[in-house]
Each structure stands twice: as structure tokens, then as C-alpha cells.
Design a protein around this ligand. Structure first.
Ligand code: NDP
Length: 473
């Protein structure tokens, strides 16, 4: 963990093993933090917050820009470490580290435009709306995109003059720690950003319930997000929640089939299907369904599953054996209950008992609406495919979910391009693409997919207190 600018062991002296999901090898021992360690971080961050909050946004931006340069210089090393702890193919890890650097650069660039605004009211009254730091804040990040999500939370929070405690996921803590060190090397004062490792139920809950922590941004499962929301409610702490998704992808008969197939494969199997905005339910118009499924299964069969560090691997393992078994169990239940047809995949590749958390990329067609593949957030490489007859039906099926993170529609019809985004219940709608989330635009979900937005200039509001000052002249 990293407290007051120093790497520390847990105060209890305890640690836990971090394993490589591709091989089962132990790659590090990580301090097993507890509530005492979180308290030490709160003391460090409380001491550092006022000084950082007083600095000029321009100077805070310079720290972010220098950190971005360090991250870019270390991309290969950071990406390799990310692959070892998380499992994704090296090329995707490089993408993610570069994506994190983009976020640092984007917000560094906004520092010079960070300003308060005046409102003319007349009658001798003048108003100013100031953006002040919230103060001590927290970020709880998951393991699927540990570099990018660290950046999405810590970077705008720091630019706004806040200090922060980050609780990384226990299966991917090394990359957030390495990024926090880049920030310190770039000149971030000790104590402004702290990283406390340890179990979510202990360290995460201590973070959410600590009276000094005025805002928490959480990304992870809806179940844990609801727990965070309930805990924060007790003292009305501010929260941002980026929770699960079950993104629909709608392929209309007039779509460019090659790009739709490529979009579905990238959208579902990128990061072994462990992306909040992955394509999790695919709806295809019945007149093209057979041809689409034929091309899709052919393309999925060509994916090369393996250790992300090996050249040629296009899909790595899941993050843990438990996650693999959860995914395998879902597909087994589809078979047992006759809830769909497994077209390709549906197996654990390699020798039985293999130490890697691999699961074959899987396509299941004609999936029953009550199947867990349609109702749960399926966080792995399994794509359920369902046929529809017309746009109304597609939109009804797509919206029939408690989630509402992203949604995509694939069509060449200008009227559909205009109409569908309005009718789809999602925080982000893509037309003829899926997955892409640039830092310049707000990101977040509707329904049970979350609360609030990250990225864009909107994140600066989310990480600031707006104070109105009214003056009678
Ligand atoms: P969680 O939501 O439990 O974990 C996300 C983060 O929250 C981790 O840092 C975790 O710490 C922490 N955490 C866990 N419990 C608490 C708590 N009670 N209070 C505060 N923080 C807590 O997700 P899992 O890792 O267990 O993944 C389970 C499923 O969640 C996945 O299969 C997927 O369906 C979904 N998920 C969705 C994500 C998305 O982006 N949509 C991201 C991650 C998961 P620790 O690692 O120590 O438990």
C-alpha cells in the first residue's frame, strides 16, 4: 500500500498472495490492509488535503502532465505487469495504459480553463458560482480495467483540488499502485493520494463509512454498489456509482455485416468479456440471422485463447478461477434447462484442472428470455444471440433489463439512426460501433447501472462543491 507517499506493509504485518490468472503462479505478496491502515491513510490525506486544495489548478495540471509523460515512458513495463495480474493480452494492456495516459493528458489540458463563473442578477446583486474542492475523497476500483479506472477517478479528483484514498481490487492492485507512484514522481505532494490494499468488505467499507471522506466514487458490481450507496446514505456522503451493465447490441438487416460481426467479437471478447460496457446481449434481425451467426461463429472460432504474454494470443483467461467457474456454470445451466443452443465454445480449454482461468469464447443462440444470460451481468466470454422481427421489438427486448449502461445499434437507415438513440434506455448509445469511451465525453449508466457521470468536463463538477456567493454591491 502507499500511505503519505511511502510504500508500507500492513500494520498487522499480514499479506496475501497475488496470482497470475494465466498460470496460477504467485506473482507478488500484497499487504493485507485493515481498518487501522485505512485510518492511517485518512490521517495522511486529511493533513495533505488543505494544502493541495489551495494550489492553482494550473499547477495541479502540470503534475498530471508530468505523470502522463512518465506513464508513456513506462508503458511496456506497466502493460506487462497489468497482463500478469489481470490476464488480458499484452496488446490490450498496452491500449489500457495508453488510455490511462490519455485521461491524464485530457484533464491536464483542462486545467487552464478551470474557472468560477459570475451571474449578473440586476438590482444591485452579483453572484459568483465557485468550484471548491470537496476535500477528502475515496475511489474504489475493480480489477477489469485497473489502470483506466484509476485514471477516471483519481485524475479529475486531483485536478479539482481533492485528496484521495484509492482502494484497488484485491486481484489487480499492482497497476494502480504503480500509477500512484508515477504521480508522486511527477511532484504530487505526499499524502494527497494514498492506496490501501485489502479486502473490500473491510478496507472498502471503512473507506465509505469514514466521517472524513466526503465523496466516494465506486466502480464494480451492482450488488456491491448498492451496499456502498446504503453505507454512504447514513451520513449523506456524495457518491458516484459505475455499476454493472448488460449492454444490448442490435443488428438490423441493413447493417454492414462485416463490421457488425467484427464489432460483436471485439465488443464481447475484448478483455475476455470482462468490461462493463461489453456486448452482453445481441439482437439480430431474423432475415439476416442465419448468415450473421455463421460469420460470427467462424470469427469467434479464430480467437486464440492463451497467456496474454504470448505472441498471437487474442483472448486471455478470466481474472480468477472462481469467475471462470461462474461463467461455466451459467452455460451448463443453459444446456441443462434447454434455454439455448451452444454454437461454439462452452468448454474449459486445456487439461482438466489446468491452473489457468481459461474459458472458451462462446456463442449461444435462441436464448430464452428467462435465462441468466439475459437477466444477469455476464462478466465473461459468452454471447447470447436472440432474433427479432422489427425495430419496435428490438428496442423492447433491449430495454427489458434492469441495467442501462450502454447500447448499440447497427444500421444504415438514417431514420433508425435518429430514432433508436432516443428510445434506447442507456447512458451511452453507439451507432455502428460499440465499446469506445473517449475521456472527452461523460460516461455512466441509467437504471441499476449507476448514478452520476465520469469523464468529460462533467467529472469536474462531480468532483467539486459548487458554492454560490451572492453579494449586494
Ligand atoms: P465487486 O463489486 O465486489 O468489487 C469491486 C471493488 O469493490 C473491488 O475493489 C472490491 O474489493 C470492492 N469491494 C468489494 N466489497 C466491498 C464492500 N462491501 N464495500 C466496499 N468495497 C467493496 O466485484 P467483484 O470483483 O466481486 O466481481 C463480481 C462481479 O461484479 C463480476 O463478475 C461482474 O459481474 C461484476 N463487476 C462489474 C464491473 C463493471 O465494471 N461493471 C467491474 C467488476 C465487477 P476486493 O477486490 O477486495 O473484493
Amino acid at each position: 500500500m502507499l500511505i503519505a507517499g511511502e510504500r508500507r506493509e500492513a500494520s498487522s504485518g499480514r499479506s496475501f498472495e497475488l496470482t497470475n490468472p494465466a498460470t496460477g503462479e504467485v506473482i507478488a505478496r500484497v499487504p493485507l490492509g485493515d481498518a487501522d491502515d485505512l485510518r492511517a491513510a485518512v490521517e495522511a490525506v486529511t493533513a495533505a488535503a488543505p494544502g493541495w486544495g489551495e494550489t492553482l489548478a494550473r499547477d495541479r495540471g502540470k503534475v498530471l502532465a508530468r505523470a502522463a509523460t512518465l506513464i508513456r515512458a513506462r508503458t511496456d513495463r506497466l502493460a506487462e505487469q497489468l497482463t500478469r495480474e489481470q490476464g488480458k493480452p499484452l496488446r490490450e494492456a498496452v491500449d489500457e495504459v495508453r488510455g490511462a495516459a490519455n485521461v491524464f493528458e485530457y484533464y491536464a489540458g483542462l486545467a487552464s480553463s478551470f474557472s468560477d463563473s459570475g451571474v449578473r442578477l440586476g438590482g444591485g446583486l452579483e453572484a459568483e458560482v465557485r468550484h471548491e474542492p470537496i476535500g477528502v475523497t475515496g475511489a474504489i476500483i475493480p480489477w477489469n480495467m485497473p489502470a483506466l479506472l484509476f485514471a477516471w477517478k483519481a485524475v479529475p479528483a486531483l485536478l479539482c483540488g481533492n485528496a484521495q484514498i484509492v482502494k484497488p481490487a484485491s486481484t489487480a492492485p499492482l497497476t494502480p499502485l504503480a500509477l500512484a507512484e508515477c504521480l508522486h514522481e511527477a511532484g504530487l505532494p505526499a499524502g494527497v493520494l494514498n492506496v490501501v490494499t485489502g479486502p473490500g468488505e473491510i478496507v472498502g467499507e471503512a473507506l465509505v463509512t469514514d466521517p472524513a471522506v466526503r465523496k466516494v466514487s465506486f466502480t464494480g458490481s451492482s450488488a456491491t454498489g448498492k451496499r456502498v450507496m446504503a453505507l454512504a446514505a447514513d451520513r449523506v456522503a456524495r457518491i458516484t456509482l459505475e455499476l454493472g451493465g448488460s449492454d444490448p447490441m442490435i443488428v438490423c438487416a441493413d447493417a454492414d455485416l462485416d463490421s457488425a460481426v467484427a464489432g460483436a467479437v471485439a465488443g464481447r471478447y475484448y478483455n475476455c468479456g470482462q468490461v462493463c460496457t461489453a456486448v452482453k446481449r445481441l439482437f439480430v434481425q431474423e432475415t439476416i440471422a442465419d448468415e450473421f451467426v455463421r460469420r460470427l461463429t467462424a470469427s469467434v472460432s479464430r480467437l486464440r485463447v492463451g497467456n496474454g504474454l504470448e505472441a498471437g494470443t487474442t483472448m486471455g483467461p478470466l481474472n480468477t478461477i472462481a469467475a471462470r467457474d461462474r461463467i461455466g456454470g451459467l452455460v451448463d445451466r443453459v444446456r441443462e434447462k434447454d434455454e439455448g443452443t451452444v454454437e461454439v465454445g462452452g468448454t474449459v480449454p486445456g487439461a482438466p484442472g489446468s491452473a489457468g482461468a481459461y474459458y472458451a469464447p462462446t456463442v449461444v443462440t435462441d436464448v430464452a428470455p428467462e435465462s441468466a444470460l439475459m437477466t444477469e451481468e455476464v462478466f465473461g466470454p459468452v454471447l447470447p444471440v436472440v432474433r427479432f422481427s422489427n425495430l419496435d421489438e428490438a428496442i423492447r427486448l433491449a430495454n427489458d433489463s434492469r441495467f442501462g449502461l450502454g447500447a448499440s445499434i447497427w444500421t444504415r437507415n438514417p431514420e433508425t439512426i435518429r430514432e433508436a438513440p432516443r428510445r434506447l434506455q442507456a447512458g451511452i448509445v453507439w451507432v455502428n460501433l460499440h465499446l469506445k469511451v473517449p475521456p472527452e465525453v461523460p460516461f455512466g449508466g441509467v437504471k441499476e447501472s449507476g448514478l452520476g457521470r465520469e469523464n468529460g468536463v462533467q467529472a469536474l463538477e462531480a468532483w467539486s462543491e459548487e458554492k454560490t456567493v451572492l453579494v449586494r454591491l
